[in-house]
Design a protein around this ligand. Structure first.
Ligand code: 9Z3
Length: 376
């Protein structure tokens, strides 16, 4: 199947999120305003996508991403003069608020106190930091430089990504797509998704079957004969289960179509596209990043390892050497041995001395400068 056919099939069979049109209208107005002002716009994607197991979703598969990379990057892009569309997993970290909403020292209420006059004020020890961050946040808001759009599921994400990328096309090379969201590779296609909560007991299953029979309906929209014939193909198949098959939940997932190709070729063909590549095995990170670049023909892959992603990343781009960016250590320099260990995925004991996005964003901006020059 061609990439275009795959795209058509995916978007015609997976329903759009409820607010897609409203979000697209907001994004259009935002992009038009900044294009008129000659400002660069970046689309930052952030956080993890969920994979629902039921249409009326009780259970879903999720991933680890908290949205730190995306939310932090958005702040540095604003600092670098970009207008930012922040397409993020609902309730994950957001720019500026992240400093207080998810602090390891407490929730946001812990930063506040009731003053003598009865009003609320910031705790004295955090008040300088809060004033500084609040003022950056207020500038971004009052100057309309930050548009936040939420998603939850993989389907929501892909619909929103396509709609916003297509709007970004009007910016030509001045548009930047910075894809940091942790996107599921597998999903349950709608034709195999149960409508109602999957039952764990016979009683529940029998109640559902009886109700469905009375209404003359199929229980699931799933085609059960097809499911049966494919059951043997699961690679985590347990041939001698201790718990009977009828009591187990076996989840059969399809691969999510690789739509980055469609994005690069069709949705925002003149913009600069940079994606992240996440691995856990250090020996394959750079190879996989190069492979992704060759496959999708975009402009930059930023490779990172799950364990060391706050310490080091590698920029992989066409015609350039791999470029490793690393944060400083608190109170000591990196020795060659330290760097070797880090590159093998060994995490230093202390926290990083600074945010790695402080280095990532200027380096991306430099490549974007070159992209704009080359595509004038
Ligand atoms: C990343 O690699 C991000 O840097 C992280 C950030 C998700 C690791 P956190 O949100 O983590 O700060 O906790 N994003 C890309 C992940 C991804 O799904 N990449 C795909 C892949 O590796 C390609 S688009 O195949």
């Amino acid at each position: 199947m061609s990439a275009q056919d795959q795209e058509d099939v995916y978007f015609s069979t997976n329903p759009p999120p409820r607010h897609l049109e409203a979000h697209a209208a907001q994004a259009r107005a935002f992009i038009d305003a900044h294009a008129a002002a000659g400002r660069r716009v970046v689309l930052v994607t952030s956080g993890g996508t969920t994979v629902p197991l039921e249409k009326q979703t009780v259970r879903f598969i999720d991933n680890f991403s908290a949205g730190t990379r995306g939310a932090t990057s958005a702040e540095y892009f604003l600092e670098a003069g970009y207008a930012v569309i922040f397409l993020h997993r609902e309730f994950s970290l957001t720019p500026y608020a992240r400093h207080f909403s998810h602090a390891t020292t407490g929730g946001f209420l812990d930063f506040l106190e009731v003053g003598q006059g009865g009003g609320v004020s910031a705790r004295p020890d955090v008040s300088t930091k809060m004033v500084e961050i609040l003022s950056r946040y207020h500038t971004a808001r009052t100057e309309n430089l930050l548009l936040s759009i939420p998603f939850v599921t993989i389907g929501d994400y892909l619909h929103e990504l396509r709609a916003i990328s297509r709007l970004m096309a009007s910016l030509g090379p001045r548009g930047l797509l910075y894809l940091a969201a942790a996107v599921s590779d597998f999903f349950v296609p709608p034709e195999r998704m149960a409508e109602h909560k999957i039952q764990s007991t016979d009683l529940g299953k029998r109640a559902q079957e009886a109700a469905a029979a009375a209404a003359g309906q199929d229980l699931n929209s799933a085609d059960s004969s097809k499911q049966d014939s494919e059951e043997e193909e699961f690679d985590n198949f347990d041939s001698s289960p201790r718990v009977p098959r009828s009591k187990r939940l076996i989840i059969d997932l399809d691969p999510v179509p690789k739509l980055l190709l469609n994005l690069v070729d069709g949705w925002a063909p003149r913009g600069m596209v940079s994606s992240f590549k996440l691995e856990t095995d250090p020996t394959i990170l750079v190879t996989k990043a190069r492979y992704s670049l060759e496959r999708y023909q975009h402009h930059l892959v930023i490779g990172n390892l799950l364990a060391t992603r706050k310490w080091e990343v590698v920029f992989v781009s066409p015609g350039r050497e791999d470029n490793w960016l690393r944060v400083k250590r608190r109170g000591r320099e990196w020795s060659e041995e330290d760097v070797k260990r880090l590159r093998q995925g060994e995490v230093p004991k202390e926290e990083p001395g600074e945010e790695i996005e402080r280095f990532i964003i200027p380096a991306v901006k430099e490549l974007h400068d070159q992209h704009i020059k080359a595509n004038k």
